[in-house]
Write a protein that binds this ligand. Structure first.
Ligand code: PLP
Length: 428
């Protein structure tokens, strides 16, 4: 048995499924999850001494690569001053100003400790502000695991084939309406049915929890117009896309202005951080200025703020996002070229630092329904083939891939050469 296999067996005795977050369990691809010992740059290292080029990046945060010296140093410096105070700090002010500078639609911001908290709080705020109960989300989009958002969700919930979770009372779920991503008519139909009771639309501006699906032309603009027409707030969940698709997130990339934005992953530099923010009049509706309650013992934690700030500052370097997008394009186009060469049907999507590949003969994947029809056998074979070759991809066909600035020429070439060999074997 490998050390990962031994640890996984041991873990299953004390941790449900052996993991602290379901998609880590490899249920979507079979086999044993690799237990990771350390990570550096573009690489992660498992408990058996294997080294992998990493395209998961801790599910998004590690955009500069693992163990980045500036972030590590910021954390070490912050630790010297104590771990948590439960009182305001200058760091939080600096962080708020940095976020607002980078994402101008956010006029005020509140820090939390995870993406789930960010979306849960933004939804409560939207409901409190509008005085309406219903929310509208899209099938296959994942916004964390708050009750109202775990209805027809993507990511791990999809991987388990369980898009809506037991444990959510029907009385709660009935307030969550779902529409079809990239289909404006399905959204219009909901507003026509419930013109006065939808508080907000929440969406992933590039859907990254049903593989990687960018918005079709006019979709985001159409949502903005419907929200304005019916008095609902538009919440853009940039937990994944924030500071990844561009310096100002997907909203900057596509030129769309939400009422509220949620952030996570990259904003914490690898520490547990989330944030939500937006229009001043809406944000002032939160306690202590407003009546909607929201709080957190560790919110704005100084270690997390230091890590996040160091990362955000480094991300402001000129030309960084162009370089990240070029690397991402090379990987996605390279996978597609190798698949074409070996006669395996594949479609790809990529935006900024995120990409997706689909084993399908559909030339363009824009709908969740198309993702569910992809060839899962090919995905599993490709996944395990790449893992054996030392390339660590997300262990689910419903997840996006992530590049980092630490992925250099050597890693890109090695990844594409591995993909060529693996696809040749699948075709044989
Ligand atoms: N929103 C989106 C778009 C996400 O991708 C995720 C997590 O993957 C979340 C929210 C939840 O964030 P967290 O896992 O930090 O609670």
């Amino acid at each position: 048995m490998t050390r990962s296999e031994t640890l996984f067996e041991q873990a299953k005795q004390t941790i449900p499924g052996g993991v602290n977050s379901p998609v880590r369990a490899f249920n979507g691809v079979g086999g044993t999850p690799r237990f990771i010992e350390k990570a550096d740059g573009a690489y992660i290292y498992d408990a058996d001494g294997n080294k992998y080029i990493d395209y998961v990046g801790s599910w998004g945060p590690m955009i500069l690569g693992h163990n980045h010296p500036k972030i590590r140093q910021a954390v070490l410096d912050a630790v010297e001053n104590g771990l948590s105070f439960g009182a305001p700090t200058e760091l939080e002010v600096t962080m708020a100003e940095k976020v607002i500078e980078m994402v101008p639609s956010m006029e005020m911001v509140r820090m939390v400790s995870s993406g789930t908290e960010a979306t849960m709080s933004a939804i409560r705020l939207a409901r409190g502000f509008t005085g309406r109960d219903k929310i509208l989300k899209f099938e296959g989009c994942y916004h964390g695991h708050a009750d109202c958002l775990l209805v027809k969700a993507g990511s791990g919930a999809l991987t388990l084939g369980q898009p809506s979770s037991p444990g959510i009372p029907e009385d709660f779920a009935k307030h969550t309406l779902t529409a079809v991503y990239n289909d404006l008519d399905s959204v219009k139909a909901m507003f026509e049915q419930y013109p006065d009771s939808i508080s907000c639309i929440i969406l992933e501006p590039v859907a990254g929890n049903m593989n990687c699906i960018p918005p079709v032309a006019g979709f985001l603009e159409g949502l903005r117009a419907l929200c304005d027409e019916f008095g609902a707030l538009l919440i853009i969940d940039e937990v994944m896309t924030g500071f990844r698709v561009s310096k100002s997130g997907a909203q900057g990339h596509y030129g769309i202005k939400p009422d509220l934005t949620t952030l996570g992953k990259v904003i914490g530099g690898g520490m547990p951080v989330g944030a939500f923010g937006g229009r001043k009049d809406v944000m002032q509706f939160i306690a202590p200025t407003g009546p909607v309650y929201q709080a957190g013992t560790l919110s704005g934690n100084p270690i997390a703020m230091s890590a996040g700030l160091a990362q955000m500052e480094a991300l402001c370097e000129e030309g960084l996002y162009e370089e990240l997008a070029a690397k991402t394009k090379r990987i996605a186009e390279g996978f597609k070229a190798a698949a074409d060469k070996h006669g395996i049907p594949m479609s790809i999507n990529y935006v900024g630092g995120m990409f997706g590949f689909f084993f399908t003969d559909e030339p363009q994947v824009t709908l969740f329904e198309q993702v569910t029809k992809c060839n899962m056998e090919h995905f599993r074979a490709f996944y395990h083939g790449m893992l054996d070759e030392g390339v660590y991809l997300a262990p689910s066909a419903y997840e996006a891939g992530f590049l980092s600035m630490a992925h250099g020429e050597e890693e890109l070439q090695a990844t594409l050469a591995a993909a060529d060999r693996v696809l040749a074997r699948i075709a044989a």
